[in-house]
Design a protein around this ligand. Structure first.
Ligand SMILES: Cc1ncc(COP(=O)(O)O)c(C=O)c1O
Length: 450
């Protein structure tokens, strides 16, 4: 049997791990492996210190290895490893749910736990369809997503998702879906800080879909308030309000997928709060535990929960209403981590701080407009995307090369989506680190452009 690691802790055999969303062959030729993390930094096995400008993968909002979160997870692992959530539970599940619901606006009062953003999205879609069925409108099964939207990788999520690469390999997907147009328009919006003024009218396309399909067939519309994976696309001013109004007019549920927007990224607990729009269902994941233990979930408004659970109706005590859930829903380690992370967010005022430093961050990233070959920069909250001018005949290579150069030569981790490279640092980032991030990004883009 081969030895698993060399003396520095580097794995000897990179073959067996089939990596997700990664060109496996090129990764394994020049791996990017980190083995330790603290605060704003990762460390490689040979001791290089890597600035984390991506919060891992939009998750580690409290920074890495926060002592309060580590302690809570360790204590929970020692106290109780696992409890089923089907028919049984444990105290921290209720505490975590109450804390999450308290952060959400309006009567988003009930929390259904899953383990990832993908599961959260599929859960929300299923709850929406079940809601209409229990409400006596079983014909409402159609699900509307948006072009360029990302809702994870389950069949529900990719069916309403709008990124062709994630869909094209997988056949016909769910039947009965449709898509709103994306809200990005470079001519009208390029180099806008925050929400663009142009584009609210695109919400009216929902009226066209209602004309086409009839409201009686439509269950829900799902959108990310800010499209994160699609390249940091903030909603046009007034767009989400308009979607809300149209949904209300036609009895359609509105779902906000806040897997990225939630837990402070936009300078508020949720995008729903920033934009003053309360959806019927809201998904979360990632930042809920600051990325420490997998957790996702759906927050439902009271009317949705009450219809699905048959509140106020006579029911046999053993009658179950929502046939859905995961073995690891409300896992004790995840609940302990979520409560600890929410304590950190509150005690360190991280959402408010994000709101405060947003203008400084926006100015810093926009300064690259004239210093680098980029076709657009978008920024909102503590997130920014740079559209690197594509290399001739090699779409996607420029973004990939920027990411690789940053890691291998400039000691920084970022996220990319095609030729778009993204900064989304932990919310604990210092102002100095923001300056360093932007400088490194400029160097890398210029290096790749030659
Ligand atoms: C808006 C949104 N929904 C769903 C997901 C999927 O989350 P996960 O990768 O945890 O399944 C993501 C991941 O980035 C996301 O951004």
């Amino acid at each position: 049997m081969s030895v698993a690691h060399d003396s520095q802790g580097n794995p000897n055999d990179l073959g067996p791990f089939w990596m997700p969303f990664t060109p496996n062959r090129s990764f394994k030729e020049a791996p990017r492996i980190v083995s330790k993390a603290e605060g704003m930094y990762y460390y490689t096995t040979d001791g290089r210190k890597i600035l984390d400008a991506a919060a891992g993968l939009w998750c580690c909002n409290a920074g890495h290895g926060h002592p309060a979160i580590v302690k809570a997870i360790q204590a929970q692992a020692a106290e109780m490893d696992f409890t089923p959530s089907f028919q049984f539970s444990h105290p921290k599940a209720f505490e975590a749910a109450a804390r999450i619901a308290a952060l959400a606006p309006g009567d988003l009062d009930h929390v259904f736990f899953a383990n990832s953003g993908s599961e959260a999205a599929d859960t929300a879609l299923k709850i929406a369809i079940a809601y209409h069925r229990y409400n006596g409108e079983g014909s409402r099964t159609r699900l509307i997503g948006r072009v360029n939207g990302y809702h994870g990788v389950g069949f529900g999520g990719i069916s309403v998702g709008g990124m062709s690469g994630n869909r094209k390999l997988y056949g016909p997907l769910l039947s009965g879906t449709d898509h709103l147009p994306g809200t990005y328009n470079r001519t009208e919006q390029a180099f806008t800080k925050g929400e663009p003024t142009w584009g609210a009218h695109l919400a009216d396309e929902l009226e066209e879909l209602v004309k086409l399909h009839d409201a009686s067939t439509i269950a829900a519309v799902i959108v990310e308030p800010m499209a994160g994976s699609g390249g940091v696309v903030p909603p046009p001013q007034g767009y989400l309000q308009r979607l809300r109004e149209i949904c209300d007019r036609h009895g359609i549920l509105l779902i906000f997928d806040e897997v990225i927007c939630g837990f402070g990224r936009l300078g508020a607990a949720f995008g729903a709060e920033r934009y003053g729009v309360v959806p019927d269902l809201l998904t979360f994941a990632k930042g809920v535990t600051s990325g420490t233990v997998p957790m996702g979930g759906v927050i439902a408004r009271k009317h949705v929960h009450d219809v699905v659970e048959g509140e106020g109706q006579d029911r046999a005590p053993h009658e179950m209403r929502l046939y859905h859930g995961y073995t690891y829903s409300a896992h004790p380690l995840a609940c302990a981590a979520a409560i600890a992370a929410m304590n950190v967010y509150r005690d360190e005022g991280l959402f408010e701080r994000t709101k405060k430093i947003e203008p400084l961050f926006a100015d810093a990233v926009m300064s690259l407009k004239d210093k680098t070959p980029v076709d657009d920069i978008r920024t909102v909250g503590l997130a920014a995307a740079f559209d690197v001018r594509p290399l001739k005949d090699a779409p996607g290579k420029g973004g990939y090369d920027v990411m690789a150069h940053l890691f291998h030569d400039l000691d920084m981790m970022i996220r990319l989506s095609g030729d778009t490279v993204v900064l989304s640092p932990p919310l604990v980032t210092s102002e100095d680190e923001i300056g360093i991030m932007v400088d490194k990004m400029a160097k890398a883009i210029n290096h790749v452009a030659g």
